[in-house]
Design a protein around this ligand. Structure first.
Ligand code: ZN
Length: 246
């Protein structure tokens, strides 16, 4: 029943393959392009973790990103500039829109991204301590995001951020067996939305029940991740107000 493929057919295959092989310059150009991207996108030996506000994030520093760009593209092979910047008063954030340009294998690649940072305020007067520093932080944030569009540290954002977990998480189990009994869906006391499982960058998972438990313990009500974070921020702001008053 099986059709036997003889040695002749195999030999023809190899022969055809050899004639289709690209010439040396085309091949080296292709390899060069691959090498540049691989150099940009290579994992970092050291990463950092930040678990402020109960959200664990894995990140790299601005210095690591700059070093990577310099190594992979050459110091003269890329540039970065701020296109717009501002202070958003309601969010209490410095923000910037920035652009990275890189020469990759003879072509200029341009990408834009936003960056932001919370304004750091004096505990006694609540006045901004150093807006220049806040804008610099926002610029570093934007540089990292721009560089990630060229592959730098991109793998770190492969795992969902808390805000995105709901839409990407269709295949993951909705409930962790350890801390949730099947029953009514838990909804956020602030927005009425059903709580969804949250996956953090380090692979930790919070089931809806666990998120609800933290919400109840810290804020007296079950909250979705967005409102849980908001409530945490409000508590922190409240504490700094108390510190001001005393
Ligand atoms: Zn909510």
């Amino acid at each position: 029943m099986f059709r036997r493929v003889g040695p002749t057919a195999g030999a023809t295959g190899i022969g055809a393959n050899m004639t289709a092989k690209p010439d040396a310059s085309e091949l080296s150009h292709r390899e060069e392009r691959f090498d540049t991207y691989r150099a940009l996108a290579a994992p970092f030996e050291t990463t950092f973790r930040d678990s402020r506000g109960g959200i664990e994030l894995e990140y790299i520093t601005g210095e690591q990103v700059i070093t990577r760009l310099n190594d992979a593209l050459g110091v003269g092979g890329w540039s970065f500039r701020v296109l717009e910047h501002g202070i958003h008063h309601e969010a209490d954030e410095a923000w910037i829109l920035a652009e990275i340009s890189a020469t990759i294998d003879g072509a200029i690649v341009v990408r834009q991204q936003f960056g932001s940072q919370k304004i750091k305020r004096s505990r006694s007067s609540n006045a901004p301590l150093d807006v220049g520093f806040d804008l610099k932080g926002a610029t570093t944030d934007a540089l990292k995001k721009c560089a990630s569009l060229l592959g730098v540290g991109l793998y770190l954002s492969k795992k969902e951020t808390p805000g995105e977990s709901a839409e990407h998480d269709a295949t993951a189990p909705t409930h962790a067996p350890d801390d949730h009994a099947e029953g009514e869906p838990i909804v956020c006391a602030d927005c009425g939305e059903e709580l969804s499982e949250t996956r953090f960058k380090d692979g930790t998972r919070w089931s809806p029940a666990r998120l609800a438990a933290y919400g109840r313990r810290k804020h007296g009500r079950p909250l979705c991740m967005a409102h849980y974070r908001e409530a945490n921020d409000a508590v922190r702001r409240g504490q700094s107000l108390e510190a001001r008053a005393s």
